[in-house]
Design a protein around this ligand. Sequence first.
Ligand SMILES: Nc1ncnc2c1ncn2[C@@H]1O[C@H](COP(=O)(O)OP(=O)(O)OP(=O)(O)O)[C@@H](O)[C@H]1O
Length: 346
Amino acid sequence: MISLDRITKSFGNSDAVSNVSFSVPEGSFLVLLGPSGCGKSTMLRMLAGLDQPTSGKMRFGDTLVADGEAGFSLPPADRNAGLVFQSYALWPHMTVSGNIEWPLKVAKLPTEERRARVLEAMEMLDIEKLANRYPGEISGGQQQRVALARMIAPRPKVMLFDEPLSNLDATLRVEMRFELLKVHAATGATAVYVTHDQVEAMTMATHVAVMNNGRIEQFDAPDRLLAEPASAFVAGFVGTPAANLIPIENGNWFGTMPDPLLRDHSGHAMVRAEQITLADEVGPRTFDAVLAEVVPMAGRLLVTGIVNGTRITAVSDQVARPSGRLRFRLPTAPAAIFDKQGTRIS
Ligand SMILES: Nc1ncnc2c1ncn2[C@@H]1O[C@H](COP(=O)(O)OP(=O)(O)OP(=O)(O)O)[C@@H](O)[C@H]1O
């Protein structure tokens, strides 16, 4: 179990992480998801013991690993936690097996035990054939497998990942997502995984903490983030495609078309792409748009147009008119309404 109790990390006058509390059970796969600068790497560094919280407490199981007020932080080596970075950080002068063995040597494990663990880790990542190669002699994807093997060889209870797949191409990324989940399931460790890629969060996580400006916008299971986003930020960040956030003003779509369903609300109405249709005729809740792009997806089309400066995406089977103009029809009810601060109100 990992639990955080009101963790804050300040740099000078600004908080990189602000008053964050959550807990996840042992064996979870927690993803810290958010845009650049939201504080997710700072969170991970505190979990690893590389940074100390300014205030708040952090526990791994029953062990207190950091206490900001008391100025206490358990050193990284005493946390039974492994870390994998975006850059693989392998020792270039050591072979693959030498790299994997290194942390076991540091931990002073006997030779036989080290050999067995190196072999076990290489088998799990399917890299036995690379044992005697040097990092410069293997591909980026293979290097990331070695970094993973090196991380799991000491059998950490907590596995920490900082954007580990972002240097890989799209196909390798999908492959490595599967490998990571396999390793996680086989070890039973608790994983904390930092990414700005919501697809990684949606496909791998048991729990997701969506972060924005150092705070947690929503802490939930991936499907809950999609079904019940707590804020406009979450609604606009998750989903493929993310839901449309349509400006509403005093109960008017785009500030121009009144709709009793919007009551008198101002802010944004969430409308999913699959709720919007393309219309030939002008009618209730139709809006003319300028075509921005058409993306084929799973046999259907994601059609994006601009209405009053807002990008709107619909799922359609219909190819848009060649004129570059199109007409969207909004559904009778939005999936959610957020106020001007982005808080969900309906
Ligand atoms: N050592 C530091 N000194 C001062 N400010 C820092 C330091 N480290 C991080 N920050 C600031 O804290 C905020 C959060 O940074 P952090 O690196 O945690 O974000 P992030 O979500 O991981 O972003 P990215 O995905 O770009 O790495 C940023 O505004 C950053 O400028």
